[in-house]
Ligand binder design. Structure first.
Ligand SMILES: [Zn+2]
Ligand SMILES: [Zn+2]
Length: 93
């Protein structure tokens, strides 16, 4: 009777352990994605309009994966959807 009880307890603990490990694993995957996103956000890339390398300031569309340099930003209303909001992002050197 006692042995059965312990056995039952061990099964439950193993299940909890498994669930916690799974949860931590999922969390790590999500953190990695956030880390990658933030790393890419502040990284210099090529302007999607003129193709020049973006220095100092990047203007990134919050709706699509589209970034432009400072020069093209003044012309945004002609080259990109007017309803999209752009974010100013300082570039890490
Ligand atoms: Zn440009
Ligand atoms: Zn856009």
């Amino acid at each position: 009777m006692r042995l059965n009880y312990y056995y039952f307890l061990i099964i439950i603990l193993m299940d909890i352990d498994f669930n916690i490990k799974n949860a931590i694993n999922n969390l790590n995957i999500r953190l990695k994605k956030i880390e990658n996103y933030l790393n890419n956000l502040y990284k210099a890339k090529l302007c999607d309009n003129c193709g020049n390398k973006i220095y100092n300031l990047k203007f990134k569309c919050m709706t699509c994966d589209y970034s432009v340099c400072k020069n093209c930003e003044s012309n945004l209303h002609n080259i990109h959807n007017n309803t999209h909001i752009f974010m100013r992002i300082p570039i890490n050197k």
